[in-house]
Design a protein. Structure first.
Length: 196
């Protein structure tokens, strides 16, 4: 039974002398290749050359520190629950006395990992986070040779104290306004050994 009219009868005719030489085919192929030399390149020489990206491009995550340099993440797990790709895993630990300058909350992420091969850069982790601890940035995830190198731990995710990453572009107007309200626990920062 014939379902469509798209079938083609394959020719079984003998090749001519010129066809057996393959010369016309080779010349035709070279002409196509040659014509591409004068066309605009579709590729760029990354990483030396970068394509322009949108201001709200979602790339490699950052785990933020607060104004005093303490890690904001409290290992609540909401980002992991929100992640549709199940790319986030973490282990929590209790903050000890004297570690207030290191970790903002009483609980912190002892380990925090994102599998960049699983991640689809949807940004839902960022939306779910109640502590403004995780943001996606405009950084492109590095290429690697080994699969395990794509599992990013805190060493790659937490921002460096002396090399802060600006995420203001990713904060909505509502969040920016909320952060200006004094007296809210979320907006408090450690001064001395007290949150103020
Ligand atoms: S960006 Fe999306 S997929 Fe990637 S870790 Fe966050 S929630 Fe998961
Ligand atoms: S990044 Fe945010 S949502 Fe995820 S565990 Fe830390 S505080 Fe919770």
């Amino acid at each position: 039974m014939k379902l469509t009219n798209r079938s083609k009868v394959v020719s079984n005719k003998e090749q001519s002398f010129t066809e057996r030489l393959y010369l016309p085919g080779i010349i035709k192929g070279m002409a196509i290749t040659g014509s591409h030399l004068f066309k605009r390149r579709a590729t760029v020489k990354y990483p030396d050359e970068l394509r322009p990206i949108a201001a709200v491009y979602r790339g490699q995550h950052v785990l933020k520190r607060d104004e005093n340099g303490a890690e904001r993440c409290t290992a609540c797990g909401l980002c992991a629950v929100a992640c549709p790709a199940e790319a986030i895993t973490m282990e929590s630990a209790e903050r000890k006395k004297g570690e207030e300058g290191l970790y903002r909350e009483e609980k912190y992420a002892k380990t925090y990992e994102i599998n960049m091969l699983r991640c689809i850069f949807c940004g839902l982790c960022e939306e779910a986070c109640p502590k403004e601890a995780i943001f996606l940035t405009d950084r492109i995830v590095d290429t690697e040779y080994e699969r395990e190198d794509f599992v990013y731990g805190k060493d790659k995710l937490v921002e460096k104290v002396d090399k802060r990453i600006d995420v203001s572009k990713r904060q909505t107007l509502e969040v920016a306004e909320f952060k200006k309200i004094p007296g809210l626990k979320h907006n408090e920062v450690w001064k001395g050994n007290k949150l103020k």
